[in-house]
Design a protein around this ligand. Structure first.
Ligand SMILES: Nc1ncnc2c1ncn2[C@@H]1O[C@H](COP(=O)(O)OP(=O)(O)OP(=O)(O)O)[C@@H](O)[C@H]1O
Ligand SMILES: [Mg+2]
Length: 624
């Protein structure tokens, strides 16, 4: 059965409403997710605009050039308009001989062409410069967004869809760009034009100016009304777009599962809901965005007609010259133009503001808390790991690990076994501070890991995660991810240790075979071997293998064990495995149940205890 639109929006747009809040207290770091309603109200526009502008502010020099070009072209354009007055008055002056009037007209037209040429060149230069500035600003925004994304704690992703995040990087950032390209220029040139035109109007005729200006409040109030109405729709539109993208991304990634369970129809139904919602919101947003221009345009026509009528009457009474009236109505039209232009771009502005809010929302998430002030900086770690009465929960309501205590030293192999969901992976998540513990203490070489710089800590723990991940690139590059300065020979040695060398050499281009789409062209077991090779390449004193060989046949597993023997001899190794034969030779086996260590000891001890491990082991034997 398909889910309702409301549920879908909540789920695929979580990032729009959730926020990572800094958690205080002895735990130090981490954060908690707060999911609220997805229909977010737009923030104060001023604040968002200021923030967008702060990205442009950096290019002060170029902006100054843009302004100079703008002033030049606007001044030229105003002057060009004014030249029309002597032209018309000269032509209309019957006292001067016709030939002389035509000659004068020729000269004046030449002057006008010159002036307008300046306008054109100025406009050209300013838009070229401005596009450069806006693209650089966008680059910085994307950069900041990406940097923040890399700094965010894993917790941030606990309830996010990739598609919605992608949408922020693409659509939302693009919208900001459109505004910077068009609206900012129009706005500034509009203001300059407005002031310049006003000055020229006052200079030409004060009374007619007053009539034109009297219409200004109507404009302002009118646009205010429309703006307040439509911004909400733009915010909703961008959120709907994010939700739709989130859904698409997930469906594409999970296409196999969709097909296995014949979910195509339900997927389509759910997508239709999101798509329809997006259409509705886009229509409303665009409608309000687009009526602003015409409404303002029509209002300015009224003021324009009124000015022309009264000006004409003044001319008839002999109180004003025809040339003056001609340029005045021209100015009056020009006066309304920036107002129209800007109001026509409201659609762009709203999309940009809504997009910017979504971008800044991610940027404002608290990063992984900074390293503690009394940070310890040992040269290297030996690998003496101690957990003292550690408790932890991903969410405050639910404690996942309860009072875990254990120690491990270099050369030892500590295994975690236990049923699914017992908390095995969670223990490893705490070791390298993917999450910070709630109570207790974890030390390495006697130093609390909260006092170790995160990058240092993680450099010292090589992990094969339960979910394998490969990046687009060659096999060699993927293994080298474990230690970037490793030589080709070292990469190959690591691959041999992980028993990956054999299959790699059989690939079409050996170590230079490209891996695409998270290793879709490899078998699940082969992906695991590459992940193991990656960890084997690292020189970290602590090694964590979370179900590292779960998809590998038992014979290969033995080979890996043999291959890694020398490596493990000097390291502290944590192994998690459901296949108990994998952990048989561990120095200590911890049996986890519901987040507690219920039994511990080596294989023989545990079998002798005839407890949970015995059950697991003999159960597995019986099944086998
Ligand atoms: N990111 C998370 N947010 C909230 N709860 C989580 C998260 N990851 C795991 N849990 C919960 O923590 C508990 C322990 O999970 P963990 O991944 O440690 O189990 P595990 O022992 O590794 O299981 P498996 O054998 O299936 O890998 C589970 O009940 C799970 O629901
Ligand atoms: Mg696990």
């Amino acid at each position: 059965m398909a889910r309702s639109l409301e549920t879908l929006q909540k789920e695929y747009n979580a990032a729009a409403s959730a926020s990572v809040k800094q958690r205080h207290g002895p735990g130090g770091g981490g954060g908690r997710m707060n999911a609220t309603n997805t229909m977010v109200r737009p923030k104060a526009a001023g604040e968002t605009i200021r923030r967008i502008l702060s990205y442009v502010a950096e290019f002060k020099g170029r902006i100054a050039l843009v302004l100079a070009c703008m002033l030049l072209s606007t001044a030229a354009s105003l002057a060009g308009g004014y030249v029309l007055r002597p032209v018309i008055n000269g032509i209309a002056d019957v006292r001067v001989p016709a030939a002389q009037r035509v000659a004068h007209l020729g000269v004046m037209l030449g002057v006008m062409v010159g002036i307008y040429l300046v306008t054109v060149l100025g406009t050209f230069a300013q838009s070229r410069l401005m596009i450069g500035v806006s693209r650089s600003a966008l680059q910085r925004i994307r950069d900041d967004l990406f940097t923040r994304l890399e700094q965010l704690p894993l917790r941030f992703h606990d309830n996010k869809t990739t598609g919605d995040l992608m949408s922020r990087f693409t659509n939302d950032v693009d919208n900001i760009g459109l505004m910077l390209d068009q609206t900012l220029l129009s706005l500034v040139s509009g203001i300059i034009t407005l002031v310049g035109t006003l000055a020229m109007m006052v200079y030409t005729n004060v009374w007619l100016t007053l009539i034109t200006v009297a219409f200004l409040p109507v404009f302002v109030l009118g646009s205010r009304f429309i703006i307040s109405k439509s911004r909400r729709y733009y915010t909703a539109q961008q959120a709907a777009l994010g939700a739709a993208n989130g859904y698409i991304e997930e469906t594409v990634a999970g296409q196999k599962v969709v097909k296995v369970f014949n979910h195509e129809a339900a997927c389509e139904e759910e997508f239709n809901l999101l798509n329809d919602d997006l259409r509705g919101k886009q229509t409303r947003a665009l409608f309000f965005g687009s009526i602003t221009g015409p409404v303002m345009g029509n209002m300015s026509q009224v003021s324009y007609a009124l000015t022309a009528g009264i000006g004409g009457a003044l001319c008839a009474l002999g109180r004003f010259d025809v040339g003056g009236l001609a340029i005045f109505v021209n100015y009056a039209r020009q006066f309304a133009r920036p107002v129209n232009e800007i109001s026509q771009q409201m659609a762009t502005v709203f999309s940009a503001l809504a997009g910017a809010e979504r971008v800044f929302q991610v940027m404002d998430q608290a990063p992984e808390p900074a390293d503690s002030p009394d940070v310890a900086r040992p040269d290297k770690l030996e690998g003496y790991v101690v957990l003292e009465d550690v408790s932890f929960g991903y969410v405050p309501e639910k404690t996942v690990l309860k009072h875990i205590s254990l120690y491990a030293k270099p050369g030892q192999k500590i295994a975690f076994v236990g049923s699914t969901g017992a908390g095995k992976t969670t223990v490893t998540n705490l070791l390298n501070r993917f999450y910070d513990i709630d109570s207790g203490r974890i030390t390495i070489d006697g130093i609390d890991i909260r006092r170790l710089p995160r990058d240092f800590l993680r450099r010292n723990i090589a992990m094969v995660l339960q979910d394998t991940h490969l990046f687009t690139g060659t096999v060699r590059e993927n293994i080298r991810y474990g230690r970037l300065d490793a030589t080709d020979a070292e990469v190959e040695a690591a691959a041999r240790m992980a028993s990956a060398d054999g299959f790699i050499r059989k690939l079409s281009e050996g170590y230079d075979t490209r891996i695409e789409g998270d290793g879709a062209n490899l078998s699940q077991g082969q992906r695991q071997l590459l992940n193991i090779a990656r960890a084997a390449l690292s020189e970290a004193p602590i090694l964590v293998l979370d179900e590292a060989t779960s998809s590998v046949d038992t014979r290969t597993e033995r080979l890996i064990e043999k291959g890694m023997d020398r490596l493990m001899a000097t390291r502290t190794t944590f192994v998690i495995a459901h296949r108990l034969s994998t952990v048989r030779n561990a120095n200590a086996i911890m049996v986890l149940e519901n987040g507690e260590i219920i039994e511990r000891g080596d294989h023989d001890d545990l079998l002798a205890q005839k407890g949970r491990y015995y059950e697991l082991y003999t159960g597995a034997k019986e099944l086998a």
